[in-house]
Write a protein that binds this ligand. Structure first.
Ligand code: NCD
Ligand code: ZN
Length: 346
């Protein structure tokens, strides 16, 4: 029986680090296990220009606890006013690794997102030309569309039309939550990738709604029914090169989540690797864990694989703190509601 697993150091292809006191609190949780992360630009105000991304990167490096092994991969927040030349320059300098599309109003801090997709055509065309990936928050926000259907409708009405109109554009469908997303992404060529979060491999919508409302399981896209979770587990553990880890670890203060209008986001940076090892082992697919966490992502982004490694060990269940502290209050760590037998060597 395998009880030690050494992997190339993992990367997180979708992460919210926030800023200021929250960043100070959450950055060590990611830097402990991960070599690199695609850092989401949905600050208030958002990270729109190359200059803003460079300044944010400096703040992250300054807050990094010192080991110097963690590399933030910066992204730009696509708005209808984004300048294609600024994007191209930020890419050419090596600073920016992706541009993020939020449909306006889809999720936390997305008010500056895109309403009219024709307005961003010049940016998308420039990105296709230079090979810069577009990361998509794959949900429509039309009020008529049921929240559980928003992802499937996004594929048909936004994602597929954008890809058809912009040949060569490399696109990541982020935090896939449905079988529809899995089926779409897996049927495309190598210009299409899909990230899957840790929590969507573990929870379905019952976790949010049964036995009382559970705000710490509420995130966007919202978890769907069990058939979808099973499709996500099958995709993540398959080894298929389209799929890689993007935790979407999204910290909010407890009092902002435990509220009459609670924020969306699960904070999974702390225990992600233990949870993933458990999920992959249950599927009998531990041999594919490294592809999901450490190989498929860099290959999609055309970045080198990490040479450093981490080692996971199987033993008595490991526990993680229920919360981490920030200067402004506690942040609850995602509880997978199952014993975790794999610990990560420090
Ligand atoms: C994210 C956040 O809090 O920034 N929330 C979430 O539920 N995932 C935004 C996002 O990625 O949708
Ligand atoms: Zn996110």
């Amino acid at each position: 029986m395998t009880d030690t697993l050494t992997l190339r150091r993992p990367d997180d292809w979708h992460l919210h680090l926030r800023d200021g006191a929250m960043m100070e609190a959450v950055l060590p949780e990611t830097a402990r296990h991960f070599a690199r992360a695609i850092v989401m630009p949905n600050l208030v105000p958002p990270v729109v220009t190359g200059a803003e991304a460079a300044a944010y990167r400096e703040r992250i490096l300054k807050a990094n606890p010192g080991r110097g092994t963690f590399e933030p991969l910066m992204t730009l927040y696509l708005t209808e006013a984004t300048d294609p030349e600024d994007v191209a320059a930020a890419h050419a300098s090596g600073l920016v690794k992706a541009v993020k599309l939020y449909p306006a109003g889809a999720t936390t801090n997305s008010a500056s997102g895109v309403r009219d997709f024709d307005k961003v055509r010049p940016v998308l065309e420039k990105m296709a030309e230079i090979g810069l990936p577009l990361c998509t928050h794959g949900e429509v926000v039309t009020p008529e569309v049921d929240i559980f259907d928003r992802e499937a409708v996004f594929i048909d009405t936004v994602l597929d039309p954008i890809r058809r109109k912009t040949p060569g554009l490399r696109v990541v469908m982020e935090h896939i939550t449905t079988k529809d997303g899995v089926d779409y992404v897996s049927a495309q060529g190598d210009d299409m990738g899909g990230t899957i979060t840790t929590h969507h491999l573990v929870i379905n919508r019952n976790h949010i709604l049964v036995g009382g409302i559970k705000p710490h399981y509420y995130c966007l896209p919202v978890a769907k029914r069990e058939t979808h979770r099973l499709a996500l587990v099958a995709a993540a553990t398959s080894g298929d090169a389209h799929f890689f880890l993007g935790t979407d670890s999204a910290p909010h203060l407890d009092h902002d989540k435990e509220s009459s209008c609670g924020c969306a986001g699960c904070f999974t940076a702390t225990n992600t690797m233990s949870i993933l090892a458990e999920v992959f082992e249950r599927e009998g697919k531990l041999e594919n864990l490294e592809k999901f966490t450490s190989v498929n992502g860099p290959n999609f982004y055309r970045l080198p694989l990490n040479e450093a490694t981490i080692t996971l060990r199987k033993g008595a269940p490991v526990t993680y703190p229920a919360k981490i502290d920030s200067a402004n209050g506690p942040v609850t760590v995602f509880d997978p509601q199952m014993p975790l037998h794999w610990s990560v060597d420090a």
